[in-house]
Each structure stands twice: as structure tokens, then as C-alpha cells.
Design a protein around this ligand. Structure first.
Ligand SMILES: Cc1cc2nc3c(=O)[nH]c(=O)nc-3n(C[C@H](O)[C@H](O)[C@H](O)COP(=O)(O)O)c2cc1C
Length: 171
């Protein structure tokens, strides 16, 4: 039976400067996988830990992610033309932390250039190599839609992220 809205125990909030933290916490209740997205910027590799990745369309094969406009790497990703999404395995939390904090994270891990000069990280449980199809203004983020040119899929369980913490998926 549906209950009256008035009987709800939830505290309803309208997003504002005052409840910014509560809004972030509410969003953090949505558990996600974790990816590292790479591209090349004038022949140098760039990478970023990203959990806004999502599938969009099967046919054509499209995916999306969003990047903060204030990110130092925003323009480089925006102009790169191509990007590679690496879906991380449960034992790759260190890699995720490194690419979240450290612009020189490539110095600390194995990688090689693949097609379209895309920096490829081994051991991801899936990889999607994409051309940028279109971008959208998404408030303080830019939404990037990619056409999947080629992909891989490997065995392994995904690294998860919820409530600001990395974790494992249990079945
Ligand atoms: C689990 C996780 C997910 C993240 N997802 C995103 C994302 O989807 N988009 C984004 O712009 N930044 C995301 N970040 C932040 C970036 O990885 C990185 O910390 C930030 O861009 C650093 O700022 P800079 O690019 O100016 O150096 C995420 C960080 C973590 C730890």
C-alpha cells in the first residue's frame, strides 16, 4: 500500500550551499564500480579515477562519463578525441587512489600505448576504447559520450565504491 507523503520519515532537502555535504553523502549511497580513464595529451599519457562511467546504448555502442570543469585535466581529455576506460578489479584500489591523487601515476604502474595512442593499463577486468562522439554541458561537469571502437572483457570481480570508501562486491 502506498503511504501518504506526509507520513514519510525522511528529511526532505533542497540542494543548496548549506547542505552540500548532505547532498554529496546522498549521492554516495549509490554504489558504483571504479574506472581509470586514460587519454593522450600531446604524446603524454593522462589518466583519472572515475566513477561517473555508465553505459548508454548497445546499438550503437555508447558510454558516458563526466569530468569536473575545474579539473586540471579537463581540457586535455576534452580535446583528446579518444579515451580508454579501464574497469578496475577488486585488488586495484591502490591504482584508483594513485590516479585520483597523482598526476604522475603512470610512473608507478605498468602501461603501454595502444591504438590511437591510448595509454593502456593491464589487468583491468574490462576495457572500452572510445572515440569522443559528443559532449554536453553538465553544470560544473562536462558529460563526455564515447563511441566504443573496441573492448575487452576478462575474468575477475569489480572494485566497488560507495560512501566514500572502496570495497568488494559480495554475492
Ligand atoms: C572513486 C573516485 C571516483 C571519481 N570520479 C570522478 C569522476 O567521475 N569525474 C571527475 O571529474 N573526477 C572524479 N574523481 C576525482 C579525480 O579522480 C581526481 O581526484 C581529480 O580530478 C583531481 O583533480 P585534478 O584533475 O584537478 O588534478 C573521482 C575520484 C575518486 C577517488
Amino acid at each position: 500500500m502506498p503511504t501518504d507523503l506526509d507520513e514519510s520519515q525522511d528529511t526532505m532537502m533542497v540542494p543548496s550551499q548549506e547542505n552540500h555535504r548532505a547532498f554529496r553523502n546522498a549521492l554516495g549511497q549509490f554504489g558504483t564500480g571504479v574506472t581509470v580513464i586514460t587519454a593522450h595529451d600531446n604524446h603524454s599519457p593522462i589518466g583519472m579515477t572515475v566513477n561517473s562511467f555508465a553505459s548508454v546504448s548497445l546499438d550503437p555502442a555508447l558510454v558516458l562519463w563526466s569530468i569536473a570543469n575545474k579539473s586540471e585535466r579537463r581540457d586535455a581529455f576534452y580535446n583528446a578525441g579518444f579515451f580508454a576506460v579501464h574497469v578496475l578489479a577488486e585488488d586495484q584500489a591502490d591504482l584508483a587512489l594513485n590516479f585520483a591523487k597523482n598526476p604522475t601515476a603512470f610512473e608507478d604502474c605498468e602501461w603501454h600505448f595502444g591504438k590511437h595512442h591510448l595509454p593502456i593499463l593491464p589487468e583491468a577486468i574490462a576495457r572500452f576504447e572510445c572515440s569522443i562522439q559528443t559532449t554536453y554541458d553538465g553544470g560544473d561537469h562536462t558529460i563526455i559520450i564515447g563511441k566504443v571502437e573496441q573492448f575487452t572483457q576478462n575474468e575477475g570481480k569489480p572494485l566497488m565504491f560507495a560512501g566514500g570508501h572502496f570495497g568488494k562486491f559480495s554475492q
